[in-house]
Design a protein around this ligand. Structure first.
Ligand code: DHB
Ligand code: MG
Length: 246
């Protein structure tokens, strides 16, 4: 690191440089969204429906939606499982990556959220391949074994049970399947040692450490959301479990 002077004029210069960098990052972000992940009417409808229903505005970013599609298509996804539907925004991105005879099953614990998600998927013309199942994910997951294996699992629900969702994702996938989990960085909290003693941070930290070290998976996480403060953990299920992790 270059030594930084704390002379007033230097602080002014440093602030100006930080301001310019922040502006440049915002421009890059806007351009990437415009070029790679423009939102059409159906996606905007889902956002408007979320807003109208006074739901939290915590859906994924458009570029993350596109990333989910890249991953789904890379693994030839025909069956996708989503844990946590919210307003159906990520469900639209996911279902659009499926072939016409593909299937998205999205689990949602809130009756209100499930109704909004169904309406958004219907409005996007995806009701033929996308279904929202209402209930607690931990109750529904054991009923899905006859519909497994899923080619892609996207976890974006309550955080404390993330490790349990991972157990189910591993049961319900096949070698070559992809498991993605949102919010695995969450401002850095789950990455810190010692782990803060709250259920959300503990759940996310355990998830991160498990996917990073489980011999059945090859995983990565990187900042891509919320100004670099959050992002997905992405794991591929190996064909042959390995002692190492690469
Ligand atoms: C929260 C949940 C999310 O899935 C997310 O992407 C952001 C925030 C939350 O519960 O605070
Ligand atoms: Mg999320």
């Amino acid at each position: 690191m270059t030594p930084q002077s704390d002379q007033p004029e230097d602080i002014g210069q440093q602030l100006e440089q930080l301001r310019q960098e922040a502006q440049q990052r915002a421009e890059i972000d806007a351009a990437l969204n415009r070029i790679f992940a423009p939102e059409d009417d159906a996606l905007q409808f889902a956002l408007a429906a979320e807003h109208d229903a006074e739901m939290p505005s915590i859906q994924i970013e458009p570029l993350q939606g596109r990333l989910l599609q890249v991953l789904a298509i890379a693994c030839g996804a025909r069956k996708i499982l989503e844990i946590g539907a919210l307003a159906g925004y990520s469900g639209i991105w996911l279902a659009r990556a499926l072939p016409p005879d593909g299937r998205l099953i999205s689990l949602e614990v809130s009756e209100k959220h499930a109704a909004v998600a169904r309406a958004s998927l219907e409005r996007a013309g995806l009701s033929d391949r996308a279904e929202v199942r209402l209930g607690s994910a931990l109750d529904i997951l054991p009923t899905l074994t006859s519909e497994a294996p899923f080619d892609l699992v996207f976890i974006d629900a309550d955080k404390p049970p993330y490790p349990l969702y991972l157990d189910w994702a591993l049961k319900l996938t096949r070698p070559g399947s992809i498991i993605v989990a949102d919010n695995c960085i969450r401002g850095g909290k789950p990455l810190r040692e010692p782990v803060e003693d709250d259920p959300t941070t503990r759940g996310l930290s355990e998830y991160d450490h498990r996917v990073a070290t489980d011999a059945r998976l090859v995983s990565v996480a990187f900042p891509m959301d919320n100004n670099g403060m959050d992002g997905f953990a992405i794991s591929v299920v190996r064909s042959v479990a390995s002692e190492g992790n690469s």
